[in-house]
Ligand binder design. Sequence first.
Ligand SMILES: [Cu+2]
Length: 292
Amino acid sequence: MVLKTRLLVSVFFALVILGGCRLIVKPETTPASVDTATTMPQTVEVTFTRIADTLSGPEMLEGGYTTVTFTNSADQPYELTLVRLREGVTPEEFELLATAAEDGTGESLGALLEVAEIYGGVAAIPPGASASAAVTLAEGRYLAFSSNYEGGVEARFDFDVSGSNGAQAPVADREITMFEFGFGIDAEIPAGKELWRISNIGEQLHHVMIFPVEPGTTIEDVNAALSQPGEPAFVTGPPVVTSATFTGGISNDLTVELAPGSYGVICFVPDIETGLPHAALGMVSLVTVPGS
Ligand SMILES: [Cu+2]
């Protein structure tokens, strides 16, 4: 499936950067979790559940702002990715192109984006964990995929979206944008829980991954680390925010809670033209969260 390519690349570079640290977040610090009780009172909630090799969810949904929860009851880490097929495209056509895209070239990824919009969802979470993201679903035919990059079995669940649920997207505490090649993100962010609206305003797929770094780390330090193997000394832990990957025009809302510290913000999706991770093309930012 499409994102396997991305994830393999992601993991490669994540491992380069993070050394032994895994890409997977721990359940108790799951950054994608959404506190629906306090931050999203108006949203419609749906749940997709992975059990063993099967993914299940609602077969019919109304369009509009929707909080999508993914529960991983399998015995490996898995992600949830929602894909909306463009008009006239069949699931079989998409699957064929997705298989082709596993060759890892940017060109095949580009071909895949011609036939479908990737809506994001929930980045990989450990077995037993549950996490959420909110998206605005347009009408259409959707495929939900649950896969991983550790040899797990890909599961697919098809559903349709029609009509409107009437839900209003809440005002986000913070807007993050992603484009070729960079992030629109504040250099300083207060500590504590916030609702982030992460929007892809570019043409290619993007995601955001945020990991703690030593205070004083510069963009040059991060760039230098991207170009050489080994664990850079300035990375102090596993990612604290990992969004799903999604197409231009799509937003994913995540409830994020950052502790005081310094953070690196990176996109590892491969470029459609060069195959290089977007980070190598400048999609890197630094954020400081001041202490109280
Ligand atoms: Cu990117």
